[in-house]
Design a protein around this ligand. Structure first.
Ligand code: NAD
Length: 525
């Protein structure tokens, strides 16, 4: 469907917007001729999308727009991604997508459409501002005003999972240097563009020294380029606890995908209601805007949903496309509506609610206040925001040396026992001349050599083979090759293991990269 929101004759003065640069690497024609695609989604989606489009219309946003269908019906029609193939082109030509929540059907076979769109369209940054509207929306944290910048494409959301043995499943956590650099830089650039003073990185690098360690290290590398912005790091567990307990202490929080998913919901909830928050998914040439909540099937079709989350998402879209003035006008009207005690059921209370209204009446109340400013809550003013520029990634050559292999086995002795000493002996005899068995771990705990009988062992064993340095040094005339291992030697090792009826379920090469160990040490190494 092609459609155009018409600018009403009596458009509020503040809504007459002068586009200003915002967002990241926007295509020039998008800036000059803004347009957007939208989808009404499922559950309360159509109700809150209608409300949002009415407000955009009333505020004078006359951008061309195109509707696509996504969600439950599309899933059930056989598109397992929840989006029809032809809709991708609509998204691409509009550059911007305003999306209502969708329902993901229960059961196997269906992919999360959100994850599919984020990854397919390269939406690397998920930006979720959270602020309190106290006292009109009750919260323990009246001064709370923070933004969670969540990495949106990597981490455990790569969706690479395997069952490897009868007892063990695994999920790959992929963290990349380009991904870390992009999101950390985006967070600092966002802070600078939006007048924010502090960026807090959250990771668990005390445990995951390579993956989360890379995220933290990149943060430490990039932070000095922004001397005007305070930089700090917190371990995610205490960081999340502090976000729930003292959210006013935070300004911009940057973190990896899974942690960001969790802490952004915590912060939205402690601010007052999940029904209020908007969210931006930013990519290089395409961006998606939505409410943070889901399709709320429990309240669908009752005209009671709070449309504020999607309205805030739409305002982020306007900001992104350089229409900051009209965004401020809508947000000021929304704040004034809340101040006037006109509340949907999710935020109604005995003290500040003068009139509990449904979705449509709330929407009309916001429209009636376009051009008015809040009296108590901060007034949003329009200011020119510098464009957020994040440079493209340029691969850098690295010196990579193969120094060994972790071989993962599915092993239980024929008599049903799992004695690491017995497995150790089998493996020692399979090493050959040039390799040696360094250790065996079970669920990351060293069990050979010198394991403890108390350690519980499952059927999943990680067996580390490295160069037999003394043999190699001798064979290779004392050249400094004592740590290097040939790939053929590792293939031969696997054949010998197979010949002993040992089941190899996976291998991981051990590398040194630029002379640095590039794998985690086993306990006691
Ligand atoms: P939900 O966010 O839909 O609902 C959680 C609770 O919050 C419900 O009690 C609901 O009534 C209430 N709520 C949510 N939005 C509200 C609003 N605007 N106004 C008033 N109350 C509101 O979460 P859920 O129940 O876990 O998920 C329902 C469906 O939504 C699932 O199929 C899920 O997969 C999907 N979902 C979609 C998205 C998305 O499309 N971005 C995000 C999250 C969940």
């Amino acid at each position: 469907m092609h459609d155009t929101l018409q600018k009403p004759e009596s458009m509020p003065k503040q809504a007459q917007d002068t586009p200003s640069p915002a967002g990241e690497n926007q295509a020039q024609d998008h800036v000059q001729k803004p347009r957007f695609a939208f989808a009404k989604g499922d559950g309360i989606g159509p109700e809150i999308m209608d409300a949002t489009l009415r407000i955009l219309d009333a505020a004078g946003v006359n951008w061309p727009m195109e509707e696509i269908r996504i969600g439950e019906d599309v899933y059930k029609s056989g598109e397992t991604a929840g989006i029809a193939a032809e809709s991708w082109e609509v998204l691409r030509r509009n550059g911007v997508f305003l999306k209502a929540p969708i329902t993901t059907p229960q059961g196997g076979g269906y992919k999360s459409l959100n994850v599919t769109i984020r990854k397919t369209m390269g939406l690397y940054a998920n930006v979720r501002p959270v602020q309190a509207f106290s006292p009109f929306v009750p919260t323990h944290f009246p001064a709370m005003d923070l933004v969670v910048v969540r990495e949106n494409e990597e981490d455990l959301y790569a969706g690479i999972e395997h069952q490897q043995t009868a007892e063990v499943v695994q999920c790959l956590k992929l963290i990349t240097r380009p991904g870390c650099e992009r999101i950390v830089r985006y967070a600092f650039e966002y802070a600078r563009a939006n007048g924010r003073r502090k960026v807090t990185c959250m990771s668990k690098d005390n445990i995951m020294k390579l993956t989360d360690g890379l995220f933290h290290r990149v943060f430490d590398e990039i932070a000095p380029e922004y001397p005007d912005i305070q930089a700090e790091h917190r371990i995610i567990d205490i960081g999340a606890a502090m976000l729930a307990d003292r959210p006013e202490d935070f300004d911009v929080v940057v973190t990896a995908n899974l942690y960001g998913d969790i802490v952004s919901d915590i912060t939205a909830q402690v601010a007052g209601s999940v029904g209020l928050g908007g969210s931006a998914n930013i990519g290089r040439s395409f961006s998606m805007f939505e409410a943070i909540h889901g399709s709320a099937p429990d309240i669908t079709g009752k005209d009671i949903a709070n449309p504020s989350g999607l309205i805030h998402g739409a305002c982020m879209m306007l900001d992104h496309r350089g229409a900051g003035a009209v965004s401020a006008t809508i947000q000021n009207a929304l704040r004034r509506t809340l101040e006037d005690g006109i509340h949907t059921a999710d935020i109604a209370d005995g003290q500040h609610t003068r009139q509990q209204v449904g979705t449509r009446a709330f929407t009309q109340a916001v429209i009636d206040r376009l051009g008015e400013k809040p009296r108590t809550l901060p007034v949003l003013s329009v200011r020119e925001k510098p464009a957020i520029q994040v440079p493209d990634w340029t691969p850098k050559p690295q010196a990579k040396t193969l120094v060994g292999m972790d071989v993962f086995l599915d092993w239980t002795a024929k008599d049903g026992t799992r004695n690491p000493e017995e497995l150790g002996k089998l493996l020692e005899s399979a090493c050959g001349e040039t390799l040696k068995l360094k250790m065996i771990t079970n669920r990351g705990v060293k069990v050979y050599p010198s394991g403890l009988p108390e350690t519980f062992c499952t059927d999943h064993w990680r067996c580390r083979f490295v160069a037999n340095a003394s043999v190699l040094a001798e064979n290779r005339n004392g050249m400094d090759v004592s740590r290097t291992v040939g790939f053929a030697e590792l293939l031969n090792l696997q054949q010998r293991l197979d010949a002993q009826s040992l089941e190899v379920i996976k291998t991981e090469n051990l590398y040194e990269i630029n002379g640095q160990r590039a794998y985690s040490l086993g306990q006691g190494e």
